[in-house]
Design a protein around this ligand. Structure first.
Ligand code: DC
Length: 260
């Protein structure tokens, strides 16, 4: 995709200009699958920012770096040859030293370590720059914890996906059972709670349900319904922001409702 590119207009649900859509929310709420599908519908690149934090944690585990040693962890983050590549088909790929990142960053051990390194300003400052640079050049659907509060606080497209921790643990248990794993739902629930509290109680860029988000509770919705709801909200916000800014007036954007 070219510099300054973004959504491919002409696609059914594409919006007129390159935009950044922020999707934040707690662990296990289904942000990644929903964000990936939304990105496809809008013709935008999808960016899983959690995967970038996971790469830093994975490298610390590999190199035996103490996750409380901010200077060293920060150095790991800065030296990591991490790159977000966009193919000509608009697919985004996270690469480490030129190779696609795989499932090695998805283990429980890496998940817990990631929540620890993600507390550190030295790590966040570095990854924030990569995310902003990418979003400014290509637009995108960026998924994480602080996209709407810190990375792109000015985008009008901000969604917070939420669901009760019991619902999230049950969903995750079902997925793991389906792939033949032995599952302890209570343990999954405790792990989700621990990560949520680490992610929302840290000082730097905590997970926060800011009032500027449009909140979508996914508890009673299946994935198709969540995606449809987001596509609809993006259209509503797009119409709302196009009007006043087209005439040069400043645009005040608050949470959208489907009645807009
Ligand atoms: O979304 P995930 O489970 O892959 O995220 C892994 C961890 O990274 C999670 O504990 C929170 C952290 N994270 C973050 O602090 N900021 C982001 N923008 C994305 C993820």
């Amino acid at each position: 995709m070219s510099r300054g590119g973004g959504s491919r207009v002409g696609q059914r649900d594409a919006v007129a200009a390159p935009i950044v859509v922020a999707i934040d929310g707690p662990a296990g709420v289904g942000k990644s699958s929903v964000a990936r599908r939304l990105a496809k519908r809008l013709g935008l690149p999808f960016v899983d920012t959690g995967a970038m934090y996971r790469c830093v944690a994975w490298a610390c585990l590999r190199d035996g770096v103490d996750r409380d040693d901010e200077a060293r962890v920060g150095e790991v983050a800065r030296r990591l040859p991490l790159r977000l590549a966009v193919s000509s088909a608009g697919e985004t790929r996270l690469e480490l030293a030129g190779r696609p990142v795989g499932d090695e960053i998805r283990t429980e051990e890496v998940s817990m370590a990631t929540s620890e390194v993600a507390r550190l300003p030295a790590v966040r400052t570095h990854l924030l720059e990569l995310q902003r640079d990418f979003g400014r050049r290509h637009g995108g659907v960026l998924e994480g914890r602080d996209i709407g509060t810190v990375v792109f606080p000015d985008t009008p497209y901000k969604f917070f996906l939420d669901a009760d921790v019991g619902v999230r643990a049950e969903r995750r248990a079902r997925q793991q059972r389906a792939s033949g794993a032995d599952v302890d739902t209570d343990r999954l629930r405790r792990e989700l709670q621990r990560r949520d509290s680490q992610d929302s109680q840290r000082e730097t860029a905590p997970l926060r349900r800011d009032p500027s988000y449009e909140v979508v509770d996914t508890g009673d919705l299946d994935e198709d319904e969540v995606v449809e709801r987001l596509v609809q909200l993006v259209r509503v916000i797009s119409r709302r922001t196009a009007g006043p800014s087209a005439s040069g007036a400043p645009t005040a954007v608050g949470p959208a409702t489907s009645e807009d």
